[in-house]
Design a protein around this ligand. Structure first.
Ligand SMILES: NC(=O)c1ccc[n+]([C@@H]2O[C@H](COP(=O)([O-])OP(=O)(O)OC[C@H]3O[C@@H](n4cnc5c(N)ncnc54)[C@H](O)[C@@H]3O)[C@@H](O)[C@H]2O)c1
Length: 294
């Protein structure tokens, strides 16, 4: 079996983007801002041409915002065929419409047309690549790379298709920061990516307090600003509150709202059983919970 990783000559080869809509053109601009030549393909001629214009117009702004290591910007080429776009590319990022059958057919095609050593990445928001590789021969080079609204949100979540070569994931974890992007590894297959799941829970509860008449949308927004402005992230925050107290609160919610999953309370109980209560016991989720970095 071929071992896959980031090809050693990646810095001299282009990155291909298949699907040049809202996010595809942003991904292309981020890589061009970091010095890679990018090739843009989209089934729609108007979309691919608009994407080329977008990259050229915004590459300077992306460069300022992402502060990549590379000393120059790359060139954006609009391609009239997928074959032309992927030829020579070391990585192909699929950012076509969120339709399972379309993406499955696209990965079968990319496996045939892309260079043998190219990494094949899907930017799907909700479909794990394990569902896209049915007709792919070299699944070891396929993974999800999930980008957000660039350049403001520079996180990229990397998730294996279940058969992804470890070298591909570790290689991208090393390579992507050179472009000013912040990679995070999704440690097992998940329906929805890390931050999408967190955001789904936040959004759901925001909608509920408004729908129940508990708060007005403007109050939620104002309170959100107050609560997030100190920049204390959730696990640091729970360590400060005390994990025993957090568990009591969660138990109360569970008693008044049947059906809440037990996993979060089980995790808290496990830590509490080990004497890890957060700042008050010297250890919580963090080894030294008193050190708070915003
Ligand atoms: N918009 C976002 O903020 C965002 C964020 C993360 C992930 N995503 C994901 O990225 C993907 C693209 O989302 P988008 O918002 O850019 O959608 P979009 O509708 O703006 O763009 C999709 C593009 O794909 C093209 N396309 C469709 N079928 C194609 C094919 N077979 N070959 C080539 N091009 C094809 C369309 O012409 C269109 O230009 C989706 O999977 C979406 O879930 C989007």
């Amino acid at each position: 079996m071929t071992a896959y990783t980031v090809p050693s000559d990646a810095c001299r080869r282009p990155i291909a983007i298949d699907g040049a809509g809202t996010i595809g053109r942003q991904i292309a601009t981020a890589y061009a801002a970091g010095g890679s030549d990018v090739r843009l393909f989209d089934l729609s001629q108007s979309q691919r041409e608009a994407a080329g214009d977008y990259v050229r117009e915004h590459v300077g702004r992306f460069r300022t915002k992402l502060n990549p290591d590379g000393p120059r910007t790359g060139r954006a080429t609009v391609c009239g065929s997928l074959d032309e776009a992927v030829d020579g590319a070391w990585m192909v990022v699929e950012a076509i419409s969120e339709k399972l059958e379309l993406k499955q057919a696209t990965f079968a095609l990319l496996d045939e047309t892309a260079d043998d050593d190219a990494i094949l990445a899907s930017n799907s928001s909700s479909i794990p690549t394990s569902q896209l590789v049915g007709s792919v021969r070299h699944r070891e080079r396929v993974l999800n790379t999930h980008y957000f609204m660039l350049p403001d949100i520079n996180a990229v979540e990397l998730m294996s298709c279940g058969e992804t070569d470890e070298g591909v994931i570790t290689g991208l974890m090393e390579e992507i920061p050179h472009y000013g992007l912040a990679p995070f590894r999704v440690r097992r297959e998940s329906d929805g990516f890390i931050f999408n799941r967190i955001w789904a829970a936040v959004k759901r509860e925001c909608l509920m307090v408004v729908q129940e008449g508990v708060a007005a949308p403007e109050d939620v927004d104002e309170m959100w600003k107050i609560f997030t402005s100190p920049g204390i992230p959730p696990f640091r925050f729970m360590d400060q509150v005390g994990l025993d107290v957090v568990l009591d609160i969660e138990e109360h919610y569970a008693s008044v709202r049947p059906g809440l999953p037990e996993g979060p309370r089980q995790l808290l109980k496990m830590l509490i059983d080990e004497g890890r209560l957060g700042v008050k016991s010297g250890r919580g989720f963090y080894g030294d919970p008193s050190v708070v970095r915003a």
